[in-house]
Design a protein around this ligand. Structure first.
Ligand code: GAR
Length: 196
C-alpha cells in the first residue's frame, strides 16, 4: 500500500509513521513521500531524515484552503505518484471537492479530539477549556464536511485534575503517535476496509 503524508507543521505524527515503517510495524504500507504547504515545516526535515522525498508545494494565495491553480498542481503531483492512501497529519488546509474527487475514498485525517466533539482548529485547547474529563484523538475518512467524515478509530485520553494544557497536549500527542500508524498498518493488511 503506497502512502503519502501531507502536513503543515512539526511533523511529529509523520515521524511516528516513518519510525513505525523503519521498525517493521507498518504492515504492508510504504511511505513514498511527504508533502507540505509550508517550506520550513519540520515535517519535511523528518522525511529527509528517514530518506523519503520531501516536497514543498505552495498553496498561495490562499491561507487556509487548497484551491484554484495551486490545487491543480497538488492534484497533478500526487496523481503522478499513483499512491493508495493520503494521510493528513497536521495538514492545516481545507480540502475542496476537486481534490476529494481526485482521491476519492483514499484520504484519512488525524484530528485531536473525539469527533464529533470539538471539530476545527485547536481541538486540544477546545476540550481543555470546555473542561471535559475524557478526550482523545480520531482518525477519519475525509469528505466535504470539515472533520465530518466517517470515524475509523479513536483513542481515549483522560484529563486529570492537575493537567495543564501543555500536559494534556503531551498525552494527546502520545496517543496520536500510536493511533495513526496503527490505522495505517491495519488498512494495509485489510483489518480495516477502504470504503466501497
Ligand atoms: C496533531 O495534533 C493533529 O491532530 C492536529 O495537528 C497536530 C499536528 O502535529 N491536526 C489538526 O488539528 C487538524 N484539524 P504534528 O505536526 O506534530 O504531527
Amino acid at each position: 500500500m503506497k502512502v503519502i503524508i501531507l502536513g503543515s507543521g512539526t511533523g511529529s505524527n509523520a515521524e511516528a509513521i516513518l519510525r513505525a515503517e523503519r521498525d517493521g510495524e507498518l504492515g504492508q504500507a510504504a511511505v513514498r513521500a511527504v508533502f507540505s504547504d509550508n517550506e520550513s515545516a519540520g515535517i519535511l526535515s523528518h522525511a529527509t531524515n528517514y530518506g523519503k522525498p520531501a516536497h514543498f508545494l505552495s498553496a498561495a494565495p490562499y491561507r487556509t484552503k487548497l484551491d484554484g491553480e495551486a490545487e491543480n498542481v497538488w492534484i497533478n503531483e500526487i496523481q503522478a505518484m499513483e499512491v493508495d492512501l493520503l494521510v493528513l497529519a497536521g495538514f492545516m488546509r481545507v480540502i475542496k471537492p476537486p481534490f476529494l474527487q481526485a482521491f476519492d475514498k483514499q484520504i484519512i485525517n488525524l484530528h485531536p479530539s473525539l469527533l464529533p466533539s470539538f471539530p476545527g482548529l485547536n481541538g486540544i485547547r477546545q476540550a481543555f477549556e470546555y473542561g471535559v474529563k475524557i478526550t482523545g484523538c480520531t482518525v477519519h475518512w475525509v469528505n466535504e464536511v470539515v472533520d465530518g467524515g466517517a470515524v475509523i478509530d479513536q483513542a481515549l485520553v483522560r484529563v486529570e485534575d492537575d493537567d495543564d494544557l501543555q500536559a494534556l497536549a503531551s498525552k494527546m500527542h502520545h496517543a496520536e503517535h500510536l493511533l495513526l500508524p496503527s490505522v495505517i498498518r491495519r488498512l494495509s493488511v485489510g483489518d480495516i476496509q477502504f470504503p466501497q
